[in-house]
Design a protein around this ligand. Structure first.
Ligand code: PHE
Ligand code: ZN
Length: 881
């Protein structure tokens, strides 16, 4: 583990390397505890670099065995080795020379899961961001591109499968029951894209022929016996390959494309060139084990990693400050892919929900940072929803501003101009300026200014002159290191609605720039005047959620209801409904906190009913409407003085009122939606299930007993319905026998299936109220629980801390105390995981004073420990700052 040195890295300190490594030859002799890595590097001194300039290579927990230059062992006084680097002085005068380094590493002891490690006896690697230096000494930075040839040697019986990047070459058997394979990747790449996998795995294969006729062999490697669970992932892969050709003109560029699923992985998946390594959660699915959400996640992550082949691998990042160059863009691409595969509006609403649930709170709290940060202590802590999701929103806004066609031209230019480069955000913006002739310098502030802009909007209609005026004022609060902000270019897609929802087309506009259906807000405060408007319109703003902002507007409750009923954009309909419900849920939370009962408006109940029963709408959309704002949504709306118990009370009161009002029709619809045929994970089937399962919750609340959920749990023929029923049982009837029976039955049936059991841990970690902590403590002692496995740790500790509002944020602070102790334990094993989990406390300042003080104490107790990892030190100090 790297412990904190206090060092901070700055964007403006970027300097190219003094040396290049045009060729990298790696030879691995795999052994569980003593793997030998021999690295042979062709080194080239850059022109103009002084002859006495030392070569400084990165390292981390390496044991140096030997070091030679041009075949001659180096003398002790010509190099210095420290834990994190190897500095070589007295280099040959020749412009190029060969450096040979042998290191020994212990994959079995590697619990950080970066570098070379073992997961269920499979050797695998994870090198992004700085894991390659845990394999050998190297210039471990993304702007150092090299052509790799890799020889892997292992015991044949333990590792019949030997994989690395690129195309397969020679293989053969050796004495002593060992064998080897050679892989060559012709595309120069940075070290973070290196990968090696060796072990005994099952496989499914397929082929894909690219548009220009290149045949590609596809392989997905999984634990033996799980092959059939990889078929959906393979299907998603082939669809991704075809889509990237069609929508972006991007073809695959190697003879093989391999995916390996492993069960111990810190993140979702990794885009190593030609050899993606996946958290098995994003590969394995069968109707009996995976929910619709799991299927959608697999489709999205398979696509994401595949799309990185161009946005990330062929064009990589100059330095880690540019991380959003590959991540924001690739998320944008996978979002578009999923939108094309499913319902676009439903997909967009899911994205907006995710953005608001994760990125907005990040932007509003102590961990706020720009999409392109300018400094970091630990890069691992910047794989955030700001870099990924907000980064994607920024790309989407470029398309909204330029139009789809010009955007595509800009992308084409990006690929043409930067293929093979380690590029920057400036390069990216420039291609769109060149393709469009527009100046995007103000727009570029989106990459530099942290925080979520708010738009304060006022309207004025003048019947006499038939003009309608919209005035918009943008504001952006200070964030760490950024006390004052400049106005940004914000594209606001809009429409004006007349009676019955008819779209009104203005004759002309004055004031700020309006192009087609987009208002371009560019000043701090700007007025847009529309003429030829014969009736007072209801404005529909931010259609499609065209910018990641919040809005405060003068729209009345009846305007919002009107939009929810009539707008042609479903995203706006959903947003209007959400805003309407939120205002009630927040005011009720305050009432409940003050000891008063919640009040419910019959108009909202009617509106929800209309949307739920409207057969003209997508079932998935209707389900989204019925899924009223979550406890954390309400907390975010409140922003301060949060009391989770009061929020839960307010939310439950709404659900009960809706359930009681619509009980009969809900029941009828619930019965109608029952599906008897075979399970199909497509969008239509998933939509039907999501509507039926949200109805199950309402009906169970109305029934006041667990019978219906219990019955669904027993009769379900797929995991979506089974898990939904179990969730209702635990959330609504936690202590009932029916719930205990279901939990036991689930465990008996799936006890050997780690991914399914993760769901069992999650559902219990989320049980509301003060009893949750005891449950979590009890589950930590369960024989299937282990802090060594990230998925399992996240399913219990992560779900509890980031998903269980009332259980975690207990008034007595015991939830925080437990969490702090657990984080310290995890930090010793897996620093990255510990730091990510700890971000669950980033909104601690928005709680009511008692909880806030307990949270501060818990955070301080972590900060006071000596020898924290850099990862946790960085998060805890920024969170407390
Ligand atoms: N680059 C990976 C992705 O987004 C994420 C990742 C980062 C995985 C760091 C592992 C380590 O696709
Ligand atoms: Zn990515």
């Amino acid at each position: 583990m790297r412990t904190d040195t206090g060092q901070v890295f700055h964007l403006e300190d970027y300097k190219p390397t003094d040396f290049l490594i045009p060729e990298t030859h790696l030879d691995f002799r795999l052994h569980p505890e003593r793997t030998i890595v021999k690295s042979t590097l062709k080194i080239e001194r850059r022109e103009g670099v002084a002859l006495d300039t030392p070569l400084i290579l990165d390292g981390d927990e390496l044991k140096l065995e030997s070091i030679c230059i041009d075949g001659v062992a180096l003398g002790d006084n010509t190099y210095v080795v420290t834990p994190d680097r190897l500095e070589i002085r007295g280099l040959p005068e020749a412009e190029t020379f060969t450096l040979e380094i042998t290191t020994e590493i212990n994959p079995t002891a590697n619990r950080q899961l970066t570098g070379l490690y073992r997961s269920s006896n499979v050797y695998c690697t994870q090198c992004e961001a700085e894991g390659f230096r845990r394999i050998t000494y190297y210039l471990d930075r993304p702007d150092l591109l090299s052509v790799y040839t890799v020889r892997v040697e292992a015991e044949t019986s333990a590792a019949p499968l030997l994989l690395s990047n690129g195309n397969p070459g020679e293989k053969g058997t050796l004495d002593d029951g060992r064998h080897f394979a050679i892989w060559h990747d012709p595309h120069p790449k940075p070290a973070y894209l290196f990968a090696l996998v060796a072990g005994d795995l099952g496989v499914i294969t397929d082929t894909f022929t690219t548009a220009s006729g290149r045949p590609v062999n596809l392989g997905i490697y999984v634990e033996h016996g799980k092959e059939s669970r990889a078929l959906y992932a393979m299907d998603a892969l082939k669809r991704s390959m075809a889509w990237d050709e069609e929508k972006f003109g991007r073809e695959y560029d190697l003879d093989v494309f391999n995916i390996v699923a492993v069960s111990d992985f810190n993140m979702g998946a990794m885009e190593n060139k030609g050899l993606n390594v996946f958290n098995d959660k994003y590969v394995l699915a069968e109707p009996d084990t995976a929910t619709d959400v799991d299927y959608a996640g697999i489709e999205a992550v398979i696509a994401h990693e595949y799309f990185h082949n161009w946005t990330g691998n062929r064009i990589t990042c100059r330095d880690w400050f540019q991380l959003c160059l590959k991540e924001g863009l690739t998320v944008y691409r996978d979002h578009e892919f999923s939108a094309d595969m499913r319902s676009r509006a439903v997909k967009r609403i899911a994205e907006v929900k995710g953005l608001k649930a994760h990125q907005f709170p990040e932007d509003a709290g102590p961990l706020a940072h720009p999409v392109r940060p300018r400094q970091f202590r630990e890069i691992n802590n910047f794989y955030t929803s700001t870099v990924y999701e907000k980064g994607s929103e920024v790309v989407r806004m470029i398309r909204t501003i330029l139009g789809a066609e010009t955007f595509r031209k800009g992308m084409d230019l990006y690929f043409e101009r930067h293929d093979g480069d380690a590029a920057t955000i400036e390069d990216f913006i420039k291609v769109f300026e060149d393709a469009s002739g527009e100046d995007l310098s103000q727009f570029a502030l989106w990459y530099d200014q942290a925080g979520t802009p708010n738009l304060a909007i006022t309207y004025d209609y003048d019947q006499a002159t038939k003009t309608f005026e919209i005035e918009i004022e943008q504001s952006l609060k200070p964030t760490p290191g950024q006390p004052s902000k400049k106005p940004m270019h914000i594209p606001i897609q809009f429409g004006l609605l007349g009676t019955k929802g008819r779209e009104i087309r203005p004759r002309a506009t004055k004031g700020g720039l309006v192009k087609d259906d987009v208002i371009h807000l560019r000043k701090r405060k700007e007025r847009f005047t529309f003429s030829g408007i014969t009736e007072r319109p209801v404005p529909s703003l931010l259609r499609g959620f065209s910018a990641p902002v919040t809005m405060t507007s003068e729209l009345t409750r009846s305007d919002l209801a009107f939009l929810a009923r009539n707008d042609r954009d479903e995203v706006t309909r959903w947003q209007a409904l959400t805003q309407l419900l939120n205002s009630k849920l927040t005011s009720n939370s305050k009432r409940v906190r003050g000891g008063k009962p919640a009040t419910i408006e019959s108009s909202s109940i009617r509106l929800l009913g209309e949307l739920a029963f409207n057969n003209a709408l997508d079932e998935a959309f209707r389900a989204l409407c019925l899924n009223v704002p979550s406890e954390s949504d309400i907390a975010r709306e409140l922003g301060a003085n949060i009391d989770p118990e009061a929020i839960l009370g307010s939310r439950d009161a709404l659900i009960l009122a809706v359930a009681e009002a619509h009980g009969e029709k809900f029941e009828q619809l619930y019965n109608e939606l029952e599906h008897h045929g075979a399970f199909n994970p497509d969008a239509a089937g998933a939509g039907r299930r999501s509507l039926r399962n949200v109805l199950l919750d309402y009906l169970s609340v109305a029934d006041g007993n667990p019978k219906r959920a219990s019955k669904q749990f027993k009769q379900a023929n797929n995991m979506t319905d089974r898990a939904a029923a179990l969730n209702v049982l635990v959330q609504r009837f936690g202590t009932s026998t029916a719930t205990n029976d279901a939990l036991q039955a689930f465990e008996a049936r799936y006890g050997n299936d780690a991914l399914v059991m993760d769901k069992w841990f999650v559902v219990q970690a989320m049980q509301p109220g003060e009893s949750a902590l005891g449950k979590v403590n009890e589950l930590m002692k369960h024989q299937l629980f282990s802090l060594d496995n990230p998925n399992r740790t996240r399913s219990l500790i992560g779900a509890f801390s980031s998903g269980n509002q009332t259980g975690f944020n207990r008034a007595d602070g015991k939830g925080y105390q437990f969490f702090a102790e657990t984080i310290l334990t995890i930090d010793k094993k897996n620093a990255q995981l510990a730091a990510r989990l700890l971000t669950a406390m980033r909104s601690w300042r928005s709680f009511e004073p008692e909880r806030r003080e307990h949270a501060r104490e818990a955070l301080a107790s972590i900060a006071s420990v000596a020898g924290l990892s850099t990862d946790v030190r960085d998060i805890v100090e920024r969170t407390l700052a």
